[in-house]
Ligand binder design. Structure first.
Ligand code: HEC
Length: 98
C-alpha cells in the first residue's frame, strides 16, 4: 500500500484548496476516492459506499480494522492507517452523498 498511499498524499497536497473534490471532502477520504470514486460509487468490483447509513459504514470500517471481514483484500490494511475520528469523518462524508 505504500506507493499508493504516497500518491494519495501527493494528490491531496496538490489539489488546489481541495477544489478538485467536493467541498467538504475530509482529508482522509481522498484516498478512498481513488478506488470508490469521489462520489462513492464506481463501476466494477469495488462496492458502492455512497448514501449508506454512517453507522453502517463506520461499523464496516471498524470490522475491517479488526480483521473481522472474511475475503477482504485492501480495506483492512487501509483502515489501519485511520484514526477512530477519521473513520467517523469518512463514514459521515460518504453517507452524506446521494
Ligand atoms: C485500493 C482501493 C480502495 C481504497 C483506496 C479504498 N477502498 Fe474501500 N473497498 C475496496 C475494495 C476492493 C472493497 C471490498 C472489500 C475488500 O476487498 O477489502 C472495499 C470495501 C469497502 C467498504 C465495505 C462496503 C460493503 O458494502 O461491504 C467500505 C465501507 C469501504 N470500502 C470504505 C472505504 C473508505 C471509507 C475508504 C477510505 C478510507 C476506502 N474504502 C478506500 C477498495 C478500496
Amino acid at each position: 500500500m505504500r506507493p499508493f498511499a504516497a500518491v494519495a498524499v501527493v494528490a491531496a497536497l496538490f489539489a488546489p484548496g481541495g477544489a478538485a473534490f467536493a467541498t467538504d471532502l475530509p482529508a482522509a477520504a481522498a484516498v478512498c476516492a481513488n478506488c470508490h470514486g469521489t462520489d462513492g460509487r464506481r463501476d466494477g468490483p469495488i462496492p458502492a459506499i455512497a448514501g449508506k447509513p454512517a453507522v453502517l459504514l463506520a461499523g464496516k470500517l471498524r470490522d475491517f480494522k479488526a480483521d473481522k471481514v472474511a475475503n477482504a483484500t485492501v480495506m483492512p490494511r487501509l483502515v489501519k492507517g485511520l484514526s477512530e475520528a477519521e473513520i467517523d469523518q469518512v463514514a459521515a462524508y460518504f453517507s452524506s452523498l446521494r
